[in-house]
Design a protein around this ligand. Structure first.
Ligand code: ZN
Length: 270
């Protein structure tokens, strides 16, 4: 199946099958979002008020829902075409993903002064961005994706400094993105393909680890295609309840945290 992002000639070969026509996925909706919340009008209104009813379409009992709550710092963006492309890709694979932009774009200087641009202080420090800024009711029902400009001095354009540096020794600690379970940070990219590839990679880390099988052409493998393999999609559907916040445990107990950040995995975080 051929897909293109925004008609820019960026064509990707997707493995997305006719999954949409396979109704078996409707039988399970263990997506981590409690059914009573999905049924609550007050909750729906709260989310619609925050994200805007044009981007938040609501949640449905029995449907596998998945919210990506994107937060932007400074000029960092993800193109609308990329968001729509990813929504379609997820939906073709049985997951009703909605990319919702959080309305509070943060000033870059203020963000750097308060949190810095290292993954630790953005994602898991007790006084970091996630802990202090993310509304607790959103931590449990959405994956937070923070998009940052990254430092601009060469050769670190668009990269995030990771405090895993000492463990990793990769790229001198400058990474393109880091995921710690139900939250992730990534650097802004100009190219739509790169935006899509990096977003999907960091989002997929909610459930999936890297795959060193050379036949895996998707974003967790050799990254030739902006897609996951059918087996990875299946795994992702099964692990979607990981979107619930289990602060204090999600990092330490995350299945692939440690194997991800070892020097034997040179594709880490790209
Ligand atoms: Zn990775």
């Amino acid at each position: 199946m051929l897909r293109s992002i925004g008609g820019l000639g960026v064509t990707m070969v997707g493995s997305a099958s006719a999954y949409r026509h396979d109704r078996t996925y409707e039988d399970h909706s263990d997506d981590g979002i409690p059914v009573e919340l999905k049924r609550s009008e007050a909750f729906h209104d709260r989310l619609a008020d925050l994200f805007g009813s044009e981007s938040f379409e609501g949640l449905k009992p029995g449907r596998m829902d998945f919210l990506v709550d994107a937060r932007y710092v400074g000029d960092a963006t993800v193109d609308d075409a990329v968001k729509r492309y990813l929504e379609e890709l997820f939906r073709d694979n049985g997951i009703y993903m909605q990319w919702v932009d959080h309305p509070d774009r943060m000033d870059e200087r203020q963000f750097l002064a308060e949190y810095g641009n290292d993954a630790h202080s953005i994602l898991w420090s007790k006084r970091g961005f996630y802990a202090r800024e993310v509304e607790s009711y959103l931590k449990d029902i959405a994956l937070q994706l923070v998009v940052v400009p990254g430092r601009r001095e060469p050769p670190y354009e668009g990269r995030i400094y990771s405090e895993l540096d000492d463990i990793v020794g990769l790229n001198n600690g400058w990474l393109n993105g880091v995921n710690t379970g139900n939250r992730a940070v990534m650097g802004h990219r100009e190219s739509r393909r790169e935006q899509a590839r990096l977003s999907l990679h960091e989002i997929a880390h909610l459930v999936l680890c890297h795959d060193d099988d050379p036949t895996n052409s998707g974003v967790m493998g050799v990254q030739e295609e902006v897609d996951l393999t059918p087996a990875e999609w299946s795994q992702f559907r099964d692990g979607l309840d990981g979107v619930r916040d289990t602060t204090g445990y999600d990092i330490a107990l995350r299945r692939c945290s440690w194997e991800e950040y070892t020097p034997s995995r040179p594709t880490c975080c790209e």
